[in-house]
Design a protein around this ligand. Structure first.
Ligand code: HEC
Ligand code: HEC
Ligand code: HEC
Length: 220
């Protein structure tokens, strides 16, 4: 079906209508008729809710289009919900324990009997979320440049795995605040005073007493 294309004759009529209508309106509209036309009553709650739903739907659509353009996930709401449920079902056992004692039993230990969080991550005992909500790629930032800081003696060399660190913290946690450039001289005294590695080790990462985890030559 569908409307007929506008032919020459009807197009002229349309033009006439379009020019005349505003003129007629201008003439005919007294204040009273104006208010009849334009004094629209406030929308009802239902109308308002419908308008809000429409607005939300439009925003969601715009977001989906933007995501698609950015090569993003572009999942339907149902797909996203299913994916989230699947991710939740795969949460490790340690997330259901109720005490640190129970949690500790599940965690791998290092040679000093401290928790080896790196091993825990590798073995999937812990699965940090990349974001509180939604997807996110925890592997996104892995930077594979692992090296040793040379020590005064070879057995005092200190292992610094960039890769491990970037699994836990962002580049900006260290650069440029803690490690500005290669000219820095890292010495143990400064570390014990809470500088360099000591900003985190002993506070949020394994303690400085676990010498052999950095000075790997000293591991039995
Ligand atoms: C978080 C990693 C880390 C831990 C843990 C650590 N060190 Fe160090 N240590 C370093 C770094 C980095 C250097 C500086 C580069 C180097 O000399 O190897 C260093 C240097 C040293 C040096 C060389 C001389 C000096 O003072 O700089 C000695 C000796 C040393 N550490 C002993 C220890 C002892 C003993 C422990 C345990 C009580 C320990 N370290 C724990 C990272 C660590
Ligand atoms: C836990 C701390 C830490 C994190 C996180 C970290 N780095 Fe580093 N980075 C270092 C240390 C230590 C050095 C060696 C000392 C230096 O060069 O300042 C270094 C050196 C570098 C260098 C060589 C700099 C130079 O002067 O030659 C680059 C490039 C670099 N990091 C990039 C990155 C990037 C990219 C990330 C994030 C993906 C990152 N780093 C995350 C600690 C870190
Ligand atoms: C911004 C915080 C931060 C700084 C600074 C930092 N670390 Fe770490 N480091 C961590 C975290 C977090 C982990 C993983 C959790 C844990 O093992 O406790 C880690 C783990 C490690 C590991 C274990 C790697 C493995 O594969 O088992 C070593 C070795 C290490 N750090 C050495 C160093 C040295 C050497 C320095 C200084 C040059 C340093 N770190 C500076 C946060 C930091």
């Amino acid at each position: 079906m569908g409307g007929k294309p506008i032919k020459g004759n009807s197009r002229r009529r349309l033009k006439l209508f379009l020019t005349l209508t505003p003129l007629l309106l201008a003439v005919a509209c007294s204040d009273e008729t104006l208010s009849l036309f334009f004094d629209i009553p406030a929308p009802t709650a239902a109308e308002q809710a419908a308008a809000e739903r429409e607005q939300a739907a439009a925003e969601a659509k715009a977001k989906a289009i933007a995501e698609k353009k950015a090569g993003g996930p572009n999942l339907t709401a149902a797909e996203a919900a299913a994916k989230k449920a699947e991710e939740e079902a795969e949460r490790p056992a340690i997330e259901s324990v109720k005490s640190w004692e129970e949690a500790e039993k599940l965690l791998p230990k290092d040679q000093d009997d401290g928790v080896d969080w790196v091993a825990a991550l590798r073995k999937g005992v812990v699965k940090p979320r990349a974001a509180i909500d939604g997807p996110g790629n925890p592997q996104a930032n892995i930077f594979k440049w692992d090296f040793y800081f040379p020590g005064p003696e070879p057995e005092e060399d200190a292992y610094f795995p960039h890769s491990t660190h970037t699994e836990w913290v962002g580049c900006e946690s260290c650069h440029p605040r803690i490690f500005r450039n290669r000219e820095i001289t890292v010495v143990m005294d400064r570390i014990f005073e809470g500088e360099y590695c000591g900003v985190c080790h002993g506070t949020v990462a394994f303690p400085l007493e676990s010498c052999a985890r950095c000075h790997t030559a000293q591991a039995e």
